[in-house]
Design a protein around this ligand. Structure first.
Ligand code: HEM
Length: 1081
């Protein structure tokens, strides 16, 4: 029995692959069959116009020999083509489309890999289902429903049959006798079913679709006009109105239906998808009402339709819509019964699952599943803990299906399904997987019942809760728990399978293989207007995912590079330009962050793709367009600067930040907006500095302090220093620290928790300045002398202000001057990139200087100790009093090291104490010749190491300043700035050639970035956006282009004397251009 279920499920999975997703369980098959054969529930609906006798009741009975021949011939056919499903499907597609052009047209725009898989599964299932005529009929009917909308006539049915048989006979010359006949029988049966369904339902479906389109477009149009009255003329609004007229209120369950009515209408031609939506709907409907009378909705719906379609409405329309409601209500009735029945038992099951049961499930699920499907070993290779986590989530999904709001559940499952596309999970594995889940849960439930019975028998007095699985009805309870689980996990699996099928675009397949060729093939037939969208959005239900993001996340960097290049290639026909930059940033606003996090080396590809350089020059200048709109303005217009720019600054890579487009953007924002704000902010600091200098440097004199007028000025200056200077610093640091503590932005340094903002040099300097001023304040004479003498309030000298205090005050004043100057230097470096570069060099050199001073100090100490031990030698020299103790020796050695010692002293020493002279000479050699020269050579090393990146570091600090400054800029001012750039205007590529919006044109010296080819790929011929780009033109130019590029690159390198093409822009942009052509087309 288990095997049988498994087989059924496997088939269902494969039907899923063919997009003919049937319901996976036998009961659901019946439901679908009912949907098709008992399209109208006459008992309920009374007036239904459909007669069940109309439906296809004929079954195809094949004899045992025929069945054997059919199976054998299929296996031989498979074997002859290598046994690969895709190859067989591809061969079938080739044969059919060769014979019937309408087939090719019908499948146009869909990925070939998916078509092949669908065709393969469709034919294979015909063979597999033949032994049971009822199953075959269900499959054939499902297939037929898929063909609704296509014109199926006998000629076409014959065409398909002949093409398939020709393919089989050509590939398998020694077919078993009778094979052709039996295949003919099966295909003719399928064809006639398709024709029957097509002739019966095509018209109805067409009426429904047309009516719905009219309703939708009228609704959209009226919505745009936006009057209150118009909104009520939507389908939902009209239904509410009809309900009122009829005198029945719009119940909660009706509202649920109305919310998804368009999905139901859309899926009416696809029974399995319709069933899936009805089951989901049923779960949320049962929470709204205890007793749902579905027949109440029909008059409401018909009245609404009648008033929305007054002109076209007729009895034919009424029949079609009645049929639609009969089908939907039938499904809903079935599903609500099941959902109502299973929900409490599902809750009961989950309330009883303890850690032991969960462990049992986790362990047995994979062993059961891997035993059933050994192929899945290649997919489930994760660690045990991860597998257990997945098992928990799988189990949980059954509970959530009943208890999570529908929209939330569908959203979650859509995301999960798309992630499974990324994991490369084939949908065939879902049926055996859910089967294993059910089998293990069955065991879990049985074990729980056994344990409960055992407990009851050993402790009969123990009170047993009403929920416990014991007693007379335990079997029934167990069964309902398992069935409830089966139903909900089955629904989860079917939803996932549909999402995977819809999400498995050819682009996603290429990403899974990380293949540029496959990607090229996937895009080759894409309509030119959708080419970039295909790479940036896969939409399934309410969820969308960016394939580019998946490529990055899953490490498919070859595919990601090709996609980036393709999306950022400008293509043109005579009518319009196609450039995917807007799509890129709209569908993946975090593209820069994603790239920098997952594949930083591809960031350059992105940035290169945002620059267009003309291959023609004018008067020694080359036109360049920077498409920087999305580096300036974020797709979310409530944000100020784009997330992409912020990501590049925060990435802190000096090599990347000097990319021409980033330099352009940062200069633009700085010059036109940030600089003025920054300077205004800094003027306050400059004024403070001047006041500080006046008070601590120029007016800090005895005569000023004693002068009754000037002393008042001095006092005013000091008050300003402490209020404007110190006060402002104190406020801003308290504010920043509070912010850091709220956001928990700390960093541990030497065991101390330091707020992260203090790691910035400017902030650190200003913090030290604040501390310095606090010390100055403690030693401030004004405070110490205030009221010291009875009638003198303001005095700068008094008995309380001691000499020590005066020293402390002056020390901190001097420190304050240094700190202020360092800060002002920082301001200067923010304004000028050159000063900033110099500052970077200085900061890096400080480390070397400190090291050098450290070792010199050590040398001084060592030699001082040695000389101190040479008492005999010291006694012999005439200036012995200057070398008599350790302190004076250290002072002499220090003066010698910094060149302050009078060298004449050493002249006498040659006669008086040659030994002492030798020691001093050794000291000088060590300090001058070794340490100081080493310091210089280290400076050189630092300089050459930083020279390449110093601009980058300077640009990074400029970037940080811009981001900080923008925090103070108002949104209104930002908007003005963006508007002033006029980015919505198209920028000419050349005179009369109106280009694309979103960029700014500049001119650069012609030799800076040579270009030999038009960077825009232009195509002649048709200009219909729904057509793919022609291929040939492209390949022809490719090799010539490459050759020319190589030659020019070589001669340039030769001419410029550069090795390996250091002119990265030229190399990169040209290679980008050519490779995008390779990958793209
Ligand atoms: C009812 C069906 C299933 C459910 C509810 C389900 C659920 C999940 C969940 C919740 C995750 C973790 C997702 C994440 O964190 O991104 C996951 C991951 C995964 N699932 Fe499924 N799954 C189902 C069926 C399958 C099947 C049939 C296979 C293939 C045999 C499969 C293969 C995987 C793989 C390979 C991962 C990724 C593991 C990793 O990389 O860490 N799943 N699944």
């Amino acid at each position: 029995m288990a095997e049988e279920t498994n087989e059924t499920n496997q088939e269902v999975a494969e039907e899923g692959a063919t997009e003919f997703q049937a319901v996976s369980e036998a009961s659901e098959d019946v439901a679908r069959e009912d949907t098709i054969t008992e399209l109208v529930d006459e008992e309920d609906e009374g007036k239904d116009k459909l007669d069940s006798a109309e439906t296809l009741n004929e079954l195809l009975h094949l004899s045992a020999t025929e069945l054997c021949v059919l199976k054998q011939s299929w296996e031989m056919f498979m074997k002859s083509l290598g046994g690969e499903r895709e190859t067989v499907g591809d061969a079938i597609f080739g044969a059919l489309s060769h014979r019937l052009t309408c087939i090719k047209e019908a499948f146009q725009g869909r990925p070939r890999a998916i078509i092949s898989l669908n065709l393969f599964n469709g034919f294979r299932l015909l063979c597999d289902k033949s032994p049971v005529p009822e199953d075959l009929r269900v499959h054939v009917e499902t297939l037929a429903f898929k063909h609704l909308g296509c014109e199926i006539n006998q000629q076409r049915v014959d065409g398909v049959t002949e093409a398939f048989l020709e393919l089989v006979t050509q590939n398998v010359p020694d077919l078993p006798p009778g094979s052709v006949n039996v295949w003919q029988k099966v295909l003719t049966y399928t064809g006639s079913c398709c024709r029957y369904i097509s002739s019966t339902y095509t018209d109805r479906l067409k009426i429904i679709q047309d009516d719905w389109r009219v309703i939708q477009s009228a609704q959209d149009q009226e919505h745009e006009e936006g009057t209150e009255e118009h909104v009520n003329r939507s389908f939902a609004g009209m239904c509410a109105f009809s309900s009122e007229v009829i005198g029945q209120p719009t119940e909660g369950w009706m509202e649920e239906i109305l919310q998804v009515f368009d999905v139901l209408v859309e899926r009416i031609g696809n029974p399995s998808h319709l069933m899936e939506e009805c089951e989901l709907l049923a779960i949320s409907m049962i929470t709204k009402a205890k007793d749902i009378q579905f027949e109440k909705f029909k008059p409401v719906m018909l009245a609404a339709l009648r008033s929305l379609l007054p002109k076209s409405w007729s009895t034919t329309h009424e029949t079609a819509w009645e049929w639609l409601w009969a089908t939907i209500s039938h499904n809903l009735r079935e599903s609500t019964i099941k959902a109502r029945e299973f929900k409490p038992y599902n809750a009961q099951l989950f309330s009883k699952l303890g850690e032991g049961e969960m462990d049992f499930f986790r362990n047995n699920l994979y062993s059961d599943f891997l035993a059933k499907c050994p192929a899945s070993q290649e997919i489930f290779k994760q660690s045990q803990t991860r597998l257990h986590y997945i098992a928990d989530r799988v189990l949980q999904s059954s509970y959530e299906m009943f208890h999570t709001p529908k929209d939330e559940m569908v959203d979650d499952l859509s995301g999960l399904g798309l992630r499974h596309v990324g994991y490369g999970v084939p949908i065939e594995l879902f049926a055996p997987f859910t089967d294993s889940c059910v089998a293990v849960v069955k065991d879990v439930v049985a074990n729980m019942a056994k344990e409960a019975n055992l407990a009851a028998s050993t402790t009969p007095t123990k009170k047993i809760s009403s929920n416990t699985i014991t007693g007379g009805d335990s079997d029934e309870v167990q069964e309902l728990m398992v069935e409830g689980f089966r139903w909900s996990i089955g629904l989860v699996a079917r939803l996932l399978m549909r999402i995977i099928t819809e999400g498995s675009t050819a682009v996603m397949q290429a990403i899974y293989q990380d293949s540029a060729q496959l990607l090229g093939a996937a895009l080759r037939e894409a309509p030119r207007s959708e080419r970039s969208l295909l790479q940036l959005r896969v939409r399934v239900g309410s969820q969308a995912i960016s394939p580019l993001y998946w490529a990055l996340r899953s490490g498919a960097h070859t595919a990601a590079k090709t996609m980036l290049e393709d999306v950022l290639t400008i293509r043109a026909d005579r009518d319009r330009y196609y450039y995917g930059v807007d799509h890129l940033f709209t569908h993946q606003p975090e593209v820069a962050a994603d790239l920098l996090q997952e594949a930083p080396k591809l960031a350059k590809v992105l940035l290169d793709g945002l620059i267009w350089r003309s291959h023609k020059t004018e008067e020694g200048l080359r036109p360049v367009i920077y498409y920087m709109e999305h580096l300036v303005q974020d797709p979310d217009e409530t944000q100020m600067i784009s997330r992409a720019f912020v990501s590049f600054v925060r990435f802190k890579n000096p090599g990347l930040i000097v990319h021409p487009i980033l330099v352009f953007v940062s200069d633009l924002v700085w010059d036109k907006l940030a600089r003025s704000y920054f300077l205004w902010d800094q003027i306050f600091r400059l004024v403070n500095f001047v006041i500080f200098l006046i008070s601590a440097c120029f007016m800090n004199r005895a005569e000023v302090m004693l002068d009754p007028v000037w002393s008042k000025f001095l006092m005013a200056a000091r008050v300003l220093v402490y209020t404007m200077g110190f006060g402002k610093l104190l406020y801003s640091h308290i504010y920043e620290m509070h912010k850091a503590s709220v956001r928990k932005e700390w960093k541990q340094m030497l065991g101390i928790r330091v707020p992260k903002y203090l790691l910035k040099t400017t902030e650190m300097l200003s913090f030290f300045l604040m501390v310095d001023m606090a010390f100055m304040l403690t030693a401030e004479p004004l405070l110490h002398c205030f009221g010291y003498e009875a009638d003198v309030l303001i005095a700068f000298t008094c008995g309380a202000w001691t000499d020590e205090l005066s020293f402390v005050y002056q020390f901190f004043s001097i420190m304050g001057i240094f700190l202020y100057v360092a800060l002002i230097f920082g301001i200067g470096s923010s304004i000028s990139i050159q000063i900033s570069e110099y500052r970077v060099l200085c900061l890096r050199a400080v480390k070397q200087v400190m090291l050098c001073f450290g070792v010199v100090a050590l040398a001084i100490l060592t030699f001082a100790l040695s000389i101190n031990a040479m008492t005999r030698e010291v006694r012999n020299i005439s200036m012995s009093h200057e070398w008599k103790d350790l302190g004076s020796i250290v002072t002499n050695l220090f003066q010698l090291a910094v060149g302050m010692l009078d060298l004449e002293v050493l002249g006498h020493m040659a006669d008086e104490s040659p030994f002492m002279l030798m020691v001093l000479a050794a000291f000088m050699l060590l300090v001058y010749t070794f340490f100081f020269n080493l310091l210089i050579s280290q400076f050189c090393g630092v300089h050459s190491a930083l020279a390449k990146d110093s601009e980058g570091h300077a640009r990074l600090s400029r970037g940080e300043v811009i981001l900080d400054t923008l925090k103070a800029v108002q949104m209104k001012r930002w908007k003005q700035f963006v508007t002033s750039l006029a980015l919505e205007k198209r920028v000419d590529f050349a005179e009369g050639d109106i280009g694309l919006p979103g960029g700014l044109k500049v001119f650069e010296p012609a030799g800076a970035n040579p270009k030999t080819q038009d960077q825009i790929i232009r195509f002649g011929g048709h200009t219909d956006p729904s057509l793919p780009w022609p291929e040939k033109h492209h390949d022809e130019g490719n090799s010539t282009e490459k050759m020319i590029q190589k030659t020019i690159q070589k001669s340039l390198q030769h001419y410029l004397g550069k090795k390996g093409g250091t002119d990265s822009d030229f190399t990169l942009s040209s290679s980008h251009n050519s490779s995008s052509r390779n990958g793209g087309d």
